[in-house]
Design a protein around this ligand. Structure first.
Ligand code: ADP
Ligand code: MG
Length: 344
């Protein structure tokens, strides 16, 4: 035992989280939901408190050679709000842990916080504390967020039922393609610093990468329409991976239709230019921060004309069959890596 050493890569991120989860026991009856959803759920009488945390690391999650600090600040808040949205909650407070090296000036931190403040204003969240430390590995921003919802209104990943309709908001794949554009421009700049980057054509996809929005607007609309989704998750790792989380948590199967996956025309064109399949980008790209949720058939009427909600498939009762029907009407299994047209 003492000499054993296993690589973390052999477990993967989700394998590692599962392993951590197995050794954790809940001791307080107020901890209604622990590890395994977009946020933890804590009993607060008539209401449930939602708690989540997300960390952004320089060199892993962002590259400051093309990410403006103001955008980074906004995004760090938005991705946390997105996890509260995914529980059907409203965000209320955040605390921020900041790791800094002396490479950063006071003005740089001002820029970061101007983005943080803008997001706090947009999502009506209060910044109520944090911690600041020096860092040997660049900038680290860790945000924890508290949200709330009425006790019966929490939406888990685990509530999807046979015949429910699978819905996604907005469009997918754009954030990943925006990242491809930014990476390419960085390489162009490194080879020839005189070249001005041409980003105008890619404004939409680059915006999707740099300035993601949490879909609180959808949460408010669902409430107005009196719809509580049966399950929900935000799309941070790509549609395929999130569908599999719903499948696993709800013990149901998903069936989606490739031609129903919403992709913006500029994402489509950018994908073509990069010789990437836009549907693969949507399935595996990640960072779009749209919402994926399921609704009872009875709620479909109320949503069917919504301009920004798309119905991509349905739930069935075979948890082992998670599939996509392609445009050619072939059935392909969904995997966390998604399905690659180019491979077959
Ligand atoms: P999301 O993509 O929605 O932020 P994650 O995939 O990061 O969710 O996390 C899935 C679940 O695992 C969440 O409940 C999260 O709180 C939990 N989790 C992630 N990392 C850890 C960790 N190091 N220790 C304990 N729980 C963790
Ligand atoms: Mg999430």
């Amino acid at each position: 035992m003492a000499n054993e050493r296993s690589e973390i890569a052999s477990l993967g991120e989700f394998g590692l989280i599962n392993r951590i989860q197995q050794h954790v026991t809940i001791q307080n009856s107020s901890s209604l939901k622990g590890i395994g959803d977009d946020a933890a759920v804590i009993d607060a009488g008539e209401e449930s408190v939602l708690l989540s945390t997300d960390m952004l690391m320089e060199g892993i999650h962002f590259d400051l050679s093309y990410v403006p600090l103001q955008h980074l600040g906004y995004k760090a808040v938005a991705v946390n709000v997105s996890d509260i949205a995914a529980m059907n909650g409203r965000p209320e407070q955040i605390v921020i842990g900041l790791g800094l090296s002396n490479r950063f000036s006071v003005e740089a931190i001002d820029a970061l916080y101007s983005g943080i403040r803008a997001a706090c204003e947009d999502y009506a969240v209060d910044l109520v504390g944090g911690d600041t430390t020096s860092s040997a590995s660049g900038l680290v921003i860790s945000i924890s967020i508290i949200g709330k919802t009425k006790k019966g209104n929490v939406v888990y990943r685990s509530g999807a039922k046979n015949n429910d309709i699978i819905c996604v908001t907005g469009d997918l794949g754009g954030a990943y393609l925006g990242l491809q554009v930014l990476e390419r421009e960085k390489q162009v700049f490194l080879t020839n610093p005189e070249m001005e980057p041409e980003l105008e054509k890619y404004e939409y996809v680059v915006g999707r990468q740099l300035k993601p929005k949490a879909r609180m607007d959808i949460i408010h609309e669902l409430e107005e329409l009196n719809i509580i989704p049966t399950s929900m998750i935000d799309i941070s790792d790509g549609l395929a991976s999130e569908l599999l989380h719903i499948s696993e948590s709800s013990n149901v199967g998903v069936k989606i239709f490739e031609d129903k996956i919403p992709i913006d025309s500029s994402a489509f064109e950018t994908a073509m230019e990069f010789k990437l399949d836009p549907f693969v980008c949507a399935l595996n790209g990640g960072e779009d921060y749209e919402l994926l949720f399921t609704i009872n058939l009875a709620d479909f009427e109320k949503l069917k004309n919504h301009p920004d909600i798309h119905f991509i498939g349905h739930i069935h009762d075979n948890a082992k069959q998670n599939v996509m029907i392609t445009k050619q009407e072939t059935v392909v299994p969904l995997s966390a890596q998604g399905w690659n047209h180019l491979k077959s």
